[in-house]
Design a protein around this ligand. Sequence first.
Ligand SMILES: [Fe+2]
Ligand SMILES: [Fe+2]
Length: 241
Amino acid sequence: MSNATIDPQRPVGELAREVPAYTRVFEAAGIDYCCGGDASLAMACDQAGVNLDDVREDLADVQTDDAQAIDWDDLADLIDDVVETHHQYLREELPALEGLVRKVARVHGENHPELEALRAAYLALAPAMKAHIREEEEEVFPIIEKLDRGDSLSDAERRRLREVIEEMEADHEETAELLDLIAELTDGYTVPADACPSYESMIERLDALERDTHEHVHKENNVLFVEAETKLSDGVESRNS
Ligand SMILES: [Fe+2]
Ligand SMILES: [Fe+2]
């Protein structure tokens, strides 16, 4: 089947899961495929204010045998990928970028009053993300790994897993709102004409943080949590039959 025939009613999260390279097209078009992954391609294009046919053409140009494809069926491997790729990056980048955001706000605040709001948004975002990844590693992933191994879960563990997945998804929404605010305050990560190298580096790294977070949240919301919930429901059915 040719990509040009992609059904506009298919959810964007599902498309991104099937062909990871599609996320580059979604990023470029400003389409939300992570927290808004349940929206159809047509609806997501409408929300982003982009032309559906143009996006379908861009998707058709993507090489679907892209090497970055991950074996989504193995949840333990997916958890390792999330921790090693995204959580590790955040552990290093969040504190380093915090120093830079503070410094740029201090030095350039007079000419760029929006930097005070940017600093405040970042200082709300960074500790929340740090707490979030710790909770995933300590509370959420161990139960999913147990489920993935086929070990039976107690009723309390099943309830807890459903609860924490909902909490994590709510955290993702809050993170997305703060990142949207940061994108707005930097005029879509535009480097101003009077920026020094530190300012430029801050903008580039904030942009990279947003892109990485989209990919990260997509892997959790649209793959890991969906698969865990499917396994939970399967377990209930087989116990009741
Ligand atoms: Fe995570
Ligand atoms: Fe997460």
